[in-house]
Design a protein around this ligand. Structure first.
Ligand SMILES: Nc1ncnc2c1ncn2[C@@H]1O[C@H](COP(=O)(O)OP(=O)(O)OP(=O)(O)O)[C@@H](O)[C@H]1O
Length: 205
């Protein structure tokens, strides 16, 4: 189980606001997170990854305490080892597709498997600027999986994919998550897109 209780001041165009989240997530499952634009979905994922600090908070993952501001526990992003797919992908411009994946693992057969899951075998030597938007998005997902993360945080990860590609990717990802025992939190503007795939939903008001 993942337990979260956080309070974060967020700056909006019409002043300051508070992001208050107090909930639990089941591990080894997929939870979709939705809510209106500006509600704090991206900020929440970044807090879980350790990239943004809340004013007060507690995060535990399977009884490991990642954050407890009351007693100054705050694991670094490196120690939390989450996989993260950013909305803007954050790819490395100078690395090829294959090098992106080898950055996270030295297991070359796993790299081949990831390339197959993303239908990226033909592009393994390409750098990001020679990839389409959908190919870049798939690479961002594969890179996040290259480290076999326990917790995978996806921020609008399927927005650039066509229907057929998305369906086959969703199936393959679910199989991989089961094997790796990965817990996945996925932010989406289109809950219908991941309905049926995600086992749980969480609404951020
Ligand atoms: N590190 C930060 N510290 C304080 N406020 C922040 C920080 N990062 C973002 N914000 C503010 O928090 C609010 C929520 O932003 P966020 O990107 O998390 O929303 P969102 O729900 O993901 O939105 P969208 O659906 O449009 O992507 C915004 O008003 C933003 O300006």
């Amino acid at each position: 189980m993942i337990e979260v209780a956080i309070q974060k001041n967020i700056k909006t165009y019409n002043g300051n606001n508070q992001l208050l989240i107090n909930t639990t997530f089941a591990t080894n499952t997929i939870t979709q997170i939705f809510g209106p634009s500006g509600a704090g979905k991206t900020t929440f994922l970044k807090i879980l990854a350790g990239l943004v600090q809340p004013e007060q908070g507690y995060i535990s993952v399977e009884n490991e305490i990642w954050l407890n501001t009351r007693i100054q526990i705050n694991w670094s992003p490196q120690k939390r080892q989450t996989g993260f797919v950013f909305q803007d992908y954050a790819l490395f411009p100078h690395l090829t597709v294959e090098q992106h994946l080898l950055f996270g693992t030295s297991d070359t057969s796993y790299v081949q498997r990831l390339l197959a899951i993303g239908k990226m075998q033909a592009f393994y030597r390409h750098k990001p600027k020679f990839l389409s938007g959908g190919q870049q998005q798939r690479l961002a997902i594969l890179r996040a999986l290259s480290t076999k993360p326990r917790l995978l945080l996806l921020d609008e990860p399927f927005s650039a994919l066509d229907y057929a590609l998305k369906q086959s990717l969703l199936l393959d990802l679910k199989q991989l998550f089961t094997e790796l025992q990965t817990t996945c939190l996925v932010v989406t503007h289109h809950p219908l897109e991941t309905e049926g795939w995600a086992e749980h939903s969480f609404a951020l008001e």
